[in-house]
Design a protein around this ligand. Structure first.
Ligand SMILES: Cc1cc2nc3c(=O)[nH]c(=O)nc-3n(C[C@H](O)[C@H](O)[C@H](O)COP(=O)(O)OP(=O)(O)OC[C@H]3O[C@@H](n4cnc5c(N)ncnc54)[C@H](O)[C@@H]3O)c2cc1C
Length: 318
């Protein structure tokens, strides 16, 4: 018997497994690839100011910086790079947005004003801000690095989980994203689409205004690739597929601030579950008390997964 059996190897499950092993627990993580997982589709941007109001994360600015430090400590232990720092230019939408931002003391430490309004191919009559402490986690490398680590510990099982399987641990924690078979009532599901695009003229920073253009460390026919995301689609009957509308919406939004030549080379979708009132779910499973849950990471999985994993671990270990 293991101490903990974690089902699901996205940001939530992998982060929880890593942190429990660091505490000396005997852990098994079980995952079986399902298309539609949020982690694979994710832009995986770690960004202190987001949304139309450039809001700080609910955890607050100091906690954001602490989580970045936490990631750096894993990088040292694993001898691998997880976070790629990026310059992040956010095009300002209006004067009010700029005023509100510059009058907010808590946000100041994350902002540098970019006075230049004439960057090639960029429409920014009010200028932009550079959002400091922005990072990207490549979801594929994150999964590969964490999976290798768990395999070395004898803690990884690649197999579909079925609730009828014999119990493998004292406590089972479901980190199954949108595929949790019990949490249908407790979670809302927000579908998102992203495009992989190439640009004729490369940009060496993240450019955003509503949607974000994120440089990838990859090329296609000699051109640099970027992830463009994401749509936020919560009012549907949920469709587990990519759509022409998603593709057109993303390109339309990009055209509001970027005029250079763009070619679409890939298109992904994923589902981000979110708990009631946009909160995450952690602790005893609300719909089946045989299990624990870590889910509902919403659109900030990279930030919420380590934060709520810590809270859950305190509960599991006590
Ligand atoms: C389009 C899009 C863009 C996003 N952009 C960002 C971003 O820029 N920054 C950010 O921080 N967050 C972003 N997010 C949110 C983030 O990706 C999610 O919050 C996060 O991935 C959720 O992780 P999870 O582990 O809870 O779920 P998931 O990633 O969905 O993982 C669930 C795992 O469970 C496994 N599984 C399911 N059923 C079974 C079974 N029966 N047996 C075994 N395994 C099973 C699945 O294969 C999967 O690996 C984005 C999400 C989307 C959809």
């Amino acid at each position: 018997m293991y101490d903990f059996h974690i089902v699901g190897g996205g940001f939530a499950g992998l982060t929880l497994a890593y942190k429990l092993i660091q505490k000396g627990a005997h852990v098994l993580l079980q995952d079986h690839f399902h298309s539609g997982s949020g982690t694979i589709a994710s832009g995986a941007l770690l960004n202190p100011l987001s949304g139309p109001h450039l809001a700080l994360p609910t955890q607050g600015g100091p906690e954001y910086s602490r989580i970045i430090e936490d990631y750096h400590s894993w990088e040292q232990k694993l001898s691998k790079q997880l976070l790629t720092p990026h310059k992040h230019l956010r095009v300002l939408a209006n004067d009010r947005q700029k005023r509100k931002l510059l009058n907010n003391q808590d946000k100041q430490s994350f902002v540098r004003v970019w006075h230049n309004t004439k960057e090639k191919n960029i429409i920014m009559p009010l200028g932009a801000i550079d959002i400091l402490q922005t990072y990207v986690i490549d979801p594929h490398s994150y999964i590969r690095i964490m999976k290798n680590y768990l395999q070395q510990q004898g803690s990884y099982l690649q197999e579909e989980w079925d609730p009828k399987q014999p119990v493998k641990a004292n406590k089972t924690i479901l980190c199954m994203g949108p595929f949790d078979p019990f949490a249908k009532e407790s979670l809302h599901y927000v579908r998102g689409e992203t495009l992989i695009i190439s640009l004729k003229e490369p940009l060496d920073y993240i450019l955003s205004k509503g949607v974000a253009l994120i440089p990838l460390n990859k090329q296609h026919h000699g051109k640099h690739l970027y992830k463009l995301g994401s749509t936020y689609d919560r009012y549907t009957p949920l469709e587990y597929k990519r759509t022409t509308k998603g593709r057109e919406d993303l390109l339309h939004q990009l055209r509001q601030f970027y005029t250079g030549d763009v070619q679409v080379v890939g298109h992904q979708y994923g589902v981000r579950p979110v708990g009631p009132d946009r909160s995450s779910l952690w602790g005893l499973h609300p719909d089946n008390d045989k299990y624990y849950i870590l889910n509902g990471m919403g659109s900030k999985g990279t930030l919420n997964a380590p934060y709520y994993a810590d809270l859950l671990i305190t509960e599991l270990i006590s």
